[in-house]
Ligand binder design. Structure first.
Ligand code: 5AD
Ligand code: SF4
Length: 449
């Protein structure tokens, strides 16, 4: 029996890709190992979005090299593959910087992993594959080898044509591509049959989805969601990540119309300053975003919003930053991610003359996170005393405890519910903890059982 270990960095699409790589290698006799030390093949599925993410890969490769040498000294072998966005962005450079690497494979090429493994076994050389044939990839992936659990990600769209000036995604993930409706529906039906109850539709720019449907026309994301909501066994649908420019009216009204579409929306704004938004090439103003939020809340008034923010974008003034804080205060977020701007080689903003000192970035990040943290706490506290449907996903740390998710994506810890994993139950929220909620089964308290 051969063993495979995949270490995943970065976004949910990488998590999905890692699961598919596991499916791809299962027919070749590879079972999963829990750590690199026990594996014949180690894949690092990497992230290039910020400098820190990319640097982590090289330090992990240093560690793997030592393991590989030890193995070789004992007469064994180990194959190291670098997949994902660092592979795409840096290609050959990776092999030059770390010769222990055998395979470099971009996110659009990983369906060719079996062939590349065979090739290096034969030739003992390095193998590099970083083309952009997204269509081939989805056509050549096998069906899932194992159930993915009560919640699963499904990639429906990949790549991005937006070219925000700070972002590597259009370069690492390539141009926008939408998978055909029938292919997605078939995957969702298989997952539902294997016990999945909640699907998160993934795409770098998911709401720009335009997929071919069998009738020869295309479906929007809203139409796709409507179709998937009718799949037996699927109880909940989510999608991420959306761009404000592509938040069409049919998608907004879908939130009011389709009950299985969960009341949570990740809609990154990045900045509240029109000047910065323009320099970022975001293609909308702060007021456009405010109006959008209003429309979305009119369609579904309990929707919980989330966003991404970048502080210290080149040229960002104190006034620009204040505009971001003002927007955050106005909108009110249930959750958010915020980052210091990180200059990425090859992106237009990296060459900008007015880079912001790190100390200023840190100060702004702390100020922003204080406001966002307070909003998240307030949102979680507002849930206390409410009864909400929780989909139980996995065991908790305590005996007989399970962890599930609320409709608003908050983790919820519930005692005496381990046997309910995979099911949706009413839970009375008793307390808001810093990053999660604590509750009890609503029926228990009512004394009906
Ligand atoms: N620096 C900092 N944050 C970035 N993001 C993307 N590129 C950069 C960068 N160069 C953030 C954006 C995006 C999220 C996934 O990562 O906020 O929405
Ligand atoms: Fe990057 Fe998102 Fe902008 Fe595309 S829309 S370039 S993925 S930040």
């Amino acid at each position: 029996m051969k063993r495979l270990f995949i270490k995943t960095y970065g976004c949910q699409m990488n998590v999905y890709d890692s699961a598919r790589m596991t499916d791809l290698l299962a027919p070749l006799g590879y079972a999963s190992a829990d750590r690199a030390e026990d594996a014949d093949i180690v894949v690092l599925n990497t992230c290039h979005i910020r400098e820190k993410a990319a640097e982590k890969v090289y330090s992990e490769l240093g560690r793997l090299k030592a393991i590989k040498h030890e193995r070789q000294n004992a007469g064994g072998e180990m194959t190291i593959a670098v997949a994902g966005c660092v592979a795409q962005a840096e290609g050959q450079e990776i092999i030059e910087r770390q010769p222990a690497v055998d395979i470099v494979i971009g996110p659009q090429s990983y369906h060719r992993l079996p062939e590349m493994i065979a090739r290096i076994a034969r030739d003992k050389g390095h193998a590099l594959e970083t083309d952009f044939p997204a269509v081939d990839k989805f056509d050549s992936l096998p069906d899932e080898a194992a159930p993915r659990g009560p919640t699963a990600f499904v990639t429906v769209q990949e790549g991005c044509d937006k070219f925000c000036t700070f972002c590597v995604v259009p370069y690492t993930r390539g141009p926008e591509y939408s998978r055909p409706v029938a292919q997605i529906e078939a995957e969702v039906r298989r997952l539902a049959a294997l016990g999945t109850r909640e699907i998160t539709l993934l795409g770098q720019n998911v709401n720009a989805y335009r997929g071919r449907c069998s009738e020869g026309s295309t479906f929007s994301l809203a139409q796709l969601i409507e179709r998937l909501a009718s799949v037996p066994g699927i109880e909940r649908l989510r999608y991420t990540t959306s761009h404000p420019r592509d938040m069409s009216d049919d998608l907004i009204t879908a939130h009011g119309r389709i009950e299985k579409l969960m009341p949570y929306l990740h809609l990154p704004v990045q900045s509240g300053s029109d000047r910065v938004l323009e320099a970022m090439n975001r293609q909308h103003r702060a007021d456009d975003y405010r109006r959008l939020v209003e429309k979305i809340r009119n369609a579904r008034n309990d929707i919980a919003l989330s966003s991404d923010f970048i502080v210290g974008f080149p040229g960002e003034t104190e006034q620009d930053f204040e505009a971001t804080l003002a927007l955050v205060r106005e909108v009110g977020y249930a959750q958010a991610f915020s980052f210091k701007y990180s200059a990425r080689p090859g992106t237009p903003a990296a060459a900008h003359a007015k880079q912001i000192p790190d100390a200023v970035k840190s100060e702004r990040l702390a100020a922003l996170q204080e406001v966002l943290g307070a909003q998240q706490d307030a949102f979680n506290r507002s849930c206390e005393g409410q009864t909400m449907e929780v989909l139980f996903e996995k065991p908790g740390r305590r005996k007989d405890q399970a962890i599930g998710r609320s409709p608003y994506l908050q983790p919820v810890h519930v005692e005496r519910s381990l046997t309910r994993i995979g099911e949706i139950h009413d839970v009375l929220i008793e307390a808001a903890l810093p990053n999660s909620l604590k509750g009890r089964l609503a029926r228990e308290g009512a004394g009906t059982h």
